[in-house]
Structure formats: C-alpha cells, structure tokens
Design a protein. Structure first.
Length: 147
C-alpha cells in the first residue's frame, strides 16, 4: 500500500463557445476524459506544476488564474489518495497538440452535453456545469507563504 497523498493540479480552459478542454485517456482497456494537468513535483508550486503539465500534454502555454475548486479521490481499498486542485487557466501561446504518450488518446474541447454523456474522472460534471458563470465565485489560493 502506498501511504502518500498525490497532489494533482488541473486547468479549466474554455474556448469562445465555453467548451472545456479535456484529454481522453486509455488505461487497461478503459477510456475516460480528464482535465489537462498532473502531479506536482516536490519543490514545485501549483502554478509551476500546472504550467509544466499543460505544456507537456497539450503544447499550450497558459496563465494560471483563480482556483475554481478542490476535491479528494480516495480509493475504497485505500491504495490511492489524490487531492485534485482545479484552476481556471487562459491560453497565452502554443498550438494545441496532444502529447505522444501511449495512454493519451484524444485532445478536444467538450460542450456541456458531451461532458454530461462522457466518463469524466473525477466526476465533476455538476461543478463544471455553467462554470463560466462562476469564475468570480472562486476559492482564493494564497500561494507559497513560506517565510
């Protein structure tokens, strides 16, 4: 059993139609969608980790904006414990291109209907509904406060 908590940062990037960017993953024959992002490395801030992961997975440079929300995912058998931190992001450069990793299948903007009818992990469909109307109702992330 792994007794560590994984911190995963993700970005909510919307296009002009308010569709949200997702990456389709394939693992053990299952396919599902995740928001772009990944694990934070030791000594890396949430923003640094998200910028790195977004660039690696999508080839897009982003600005990290307000934190949208936070969730936990704990496997029933306690083999994995993940804290997911969601930020609003803005594209500032690059041309969208899916990274060439075996488990990454597709990269596309999904509308509300497609999100509702897709497998999304973690299941944050309710939170993503009308997210563009909630950009000002956010959690305030204070950043690195080590003094």
């Amino acid at each position: 059993m792994n007794n560590t908590i994984r911190v995963r940062v993700t970005g909510i990037l919307q296009n002009e139609k308010n569709e949200i960017l997702f990456i389709k993953h394939r693992k053990n024959g299952d396919e599902y969608w995740l928001l772009p992002g990944g694990g934070v490395d030791y000594g890396e801030t949430f923003q640094e980790g998200l910028k790195r992961e977004f660039l690696e997975e999508t080839n897009l440079k982003i600005e990290v904006n307000n934190m949208a929300f936070l969730s936990e995912a704990i496997e029933p058998n306690h083999k994995r414990h993940i804290i997911n931190v969601y930020f609003f992001v803005t594209k500032i450069g690059g041309d969208m291109k899916l990274a060439s990793e075996d488990n990454l299948v597709d990269l596309q903007f999904l509308d509300e209907n497609k999100i509702e009818n897709s497998i999304i992990y973690p299941n944050i469909k309710k939170e993503l509904k009308n997210i563009s109307n909630n950009k000002n109702n956010c959690v305030h992330y204070l950043g690195n406060r080590w003094e």
